[in-house]
Design a protein around this ligand. Sequence first.
Ligand code: HEC
Length: 398
Amino acid sequence: MDVVLIEWASVIVRWTHVVAGIAWIGSSFYFIHLDLSLQARDGLPAGVKGEAWQVHGGGFYHIMKYLVAPTQMPDHLTWFKWEAYVTWLSGFGLMVIVYYFGADLLLVDRTVLALSPNAAIATSVGLLLFGWLAYEAMCRSPIGRNELTLSLVGYVFLVGLTYAYTHVFSGRGAFVQIGALVGTIMVANVFAVVIPYQKKTVAALIAGQTPDPFWGAIGKQRSVHNNYLTLPVVFLMISTHYPLLFGTRFNWLIVAIVLLIGPVIRHFYNSRHAGQGSPWWTWGVAAAGMIAVFWLSTLGPREVKSGALPATPAFAAVEEIVVSRCSMCHAAEPVWAGIGVAPKGILLDNAERIRAHARLIDIASVRSSAMPPGNITEMTGDERQTLAAWLAAGAPAR
Ligand code: HEC
């Protein structure tokens, strides 16, 4: 397809995705806060668990929560679901535009596993489906009866998948894949559990029957999962722009730590909003986790064995490496099939431009192996070390 069309589709779909995501996460944070801040008192109508007063936008709101449902259905009922559905639909669209159309560069890394682009796409879609079904089975099995067991098993499951993904896809591909799986689980919780059971509740009420409290309880379980998964999923989505996170040796451990930090931070807010005090220790745990992530991200790419750097190379050697490994794409007129303009406007086709981009080269190709994408131009570990020695000497001009 035309490169300009793909670029524009990417802009529009990304815009939609981010806005829908903000609307979804915003309303979900709002309802979790509301739920936790409800106060019970005498004199509330029958079936009401609690009430809350809020002030916003020049008016006061008086909200009551009916546990299970009110005895009579109101005429107007607002459902919250399209934010979630649009987030998933646009997210999957973006996955197709960026990672499936660009599979040979962004999803596949032949040094990890020699997959054809089509095989990688099929694997990616298959793993999304598998991951979701496995989660659903876990929640409905005896494991799902105890929240703590379920969280532990679910955590090990996600970390295991992340580790496996980093042995199937490129680092970046693995990160987007685990992010997409977590996002899919969250949307499926809304689409396949919360909303259908809420519809059953409404239908039962209209028919004059008593709704099964289980329908509400399972919906609650899934919204709690979504609450704890929100921060990790946002991190995973933006992490694909940061080579030090996805393009380094212990990228899967970084994900494992972030999957812990997110829920810990949510715990702080959940306790606070429920009026159960502020567990400040959570920030200590989160900070320690981020320090560990920082440290892991400095350990370098897989290809490079740590050890003493070679002697500072002549600039000509650096130029030759960059021109032969990078400039087929990063040139005023790229020669790589499918690359219409230099990616991100980064030009690496002459000595001056290479020097000007020393910092970016450092991040993308020395401290990580994000570039060349999927190591498609077969840059060697020794070449990365030569660039490292040049950068360590202050990127000298000759
Ligand atoms: C096969 C084509 C290709 C080759 C070869 C290539 N790149 Fe890239 N590069 C890309 C693409 C595509 C992107 C944009 C990725 C994206 O969409 O984020 C990119 C993005 C970048 C970025 C920007 C990353 C960011 O944070 O936005 C840098 C820096 C970079 N490349 C450096 C290099 C260096 C250094 C080399 C050689 C060692 C190299 N590239 C080789 C295709 C290539």
